[in-house]
Design a protein around this ligand. Structure first.
Ligand SMILES: *Cc1c(COP(=O)(O)O)cnc(C)c1O
Length: 369
């Protein structure tokens, strides 16, 4: 196996290297490693960057979703409506909170949850909606909030792929009751390991989240409720603080490269999902082809690495299919066609052009009926 010429992703340090190195040294020297001054400072800085009054740092994005639901008193006996097209962790987080995921199909153009399908999936047990800003593209929050208000449902936004994304000019994570972020290394803002955060408007909710992430302690060694251990390391907080000042520039770079793909793929024999909102954070660049697997092999033959996000709707995952049966015809169809092209700030414009050229050169095998 030779390494691909154009890798799907590169996580090697770039212009942030010195700042990251300095952050690591600062923590090593400080002698304080879990929940401390770096975490406090990161929470304030990330809240400001995200346009939210409060941010609470937790261990990872999955915990961010699960703890947000728990802080809103959602648990056993409750249903949470979510998208079948996402990382399975979105739905697993609902299970972690003790609630039941209910899948509502996606919009075929936007690929995010369809507000009409949400309304159709509501039962007497529905308590919340978990829309996913998939690929960095905001879900249709104005329509989703209208449905939620009509039915008195809580809303937790899965922002794990959507750092700094906006929907109609407003930051994602600030529409609903809470926004959950992941800083897994491959995300637009990545740590050197697992990390996550919840952004919220209400101070009361932030306080509850701070207790829940630390065993439910209401005072030192007094556990007022059964919380979890989902504390952020000082090391991850310091690294995230070092990288946060670059995030706006990296996001602009992603948007520029995505626009270059859109140009380059205009005549390609594939479907490029429309740019629904300029606030798209361009975490991934998915295209669609009815011959996805052949296209993937064709590109691999030219040294271009791609991935499918996601090859299977969550509603068909063995861990969820039996407990959350759902008919999501659009997600089923789309999952068979999705292919993500390389997209990250360090990628050159020439690499984008080369990938675009290769996709244009793909000759779909005609299928005779
Ligand atoms: C990454 C991701 C998660 C889970 O975040 P972790 O930090 O890996 O736990 C949840 N939802 C979406 C959409 C993600 O991309």
């Amino acid at each position: 196996m030779t390494a691909p010429r154009i890798a799907f992703l590169s996580l090697h340090p770039g212009e942030d290297r010195e700042a990251v190195d300095a952050a690591i040294q600062r923590v090593v020297t400080s002698g304080w490693f879990v929940l401390g001054p770096e975490v406090d400072a990161f929470e304030a800085e990330f809240a400001a960057a995200s346009g939210a009054p409060h941010a609470v740092a937790v261990g990872n994005g999955t915990d961010a979703i699960a703890l947000a639901l728990r802080a809103l008193d959602i648990g056993p006996g409750d249903e949470v409506i979510t998208s079948p097209l996402s990382a399975a962790f979105s739905a697993l987080a609902i299970l972690m909170a003790g609630a039941r995921p209910v899948f509502a199909d996606i919009d075929p153009e936007h690929l995010t949850i369809d507000p009409y399908a949400i309304e159709a999936a509501i039962t007497p047990w529905t308590r919340a909606v978990l829309p996913v800003h998939l690929y960095g593209q905001p879900a249709d929050m104005p329509a989703i909030m209208a449905v939620a208000r009509r039915h008195r449902l809580a809303v937790v936004e899965d922002c794990c792929q959507a750092h700094l994304a906006t929907c109609a000019g407003r930051p994602v994570g600030t529409f609903g009751d809470a926004g959950a972020f992941s800083f897994y290394p491959t995300k637009n803002l990545g740590a050197l390991g697992d990390a996550g955060a919840v952004v919220v408007r209400e101070a009361r909710l932030a306080g509850r989240l701070r207790r829940l992430r630390n065993g439910g302690q209401t005072a030192r060694a007094v556990h007022g409720e059964a919380g979890v251990n989902s504390r952020m390391d000082e090391l991850q907080a310091a690294v995230l603080r070092a990288r946060l000042p670059y995030l706006a520039r990296w996001t602009a770079r992603r948007r520029g490269l995505a626009a270059r793909y859109r140009e380059g793929l205009l005549t390609a024999p594939v479907t490029v999902p429309p740019l629904v909102d300029p606030g798209h954070a361009c975490h991934l660049f998915p295209i669609r082809s009815p011959q996805r697997d052949a296209l993937r092999t064709f590109l691999a033959g030219q040294g271009i690495e791609t991935l499918a996000h996601y090859p299977m709707p969550i509603s068909r995952q063995p861990a969820l299919a039996a407990s959350s049966p759902a008919v999501c015809a659009v997600a089923d169809r789309v999952c068979a066609e999705l292919l993500s092209l390389p997209l990250y700030p360090a990628l050159s414009g020439e690499a984008i052009d080369e990938v675009s050229r290769a996709v244009r050169a793909f000759a779909p095998v005609s299928v005779h009926e």
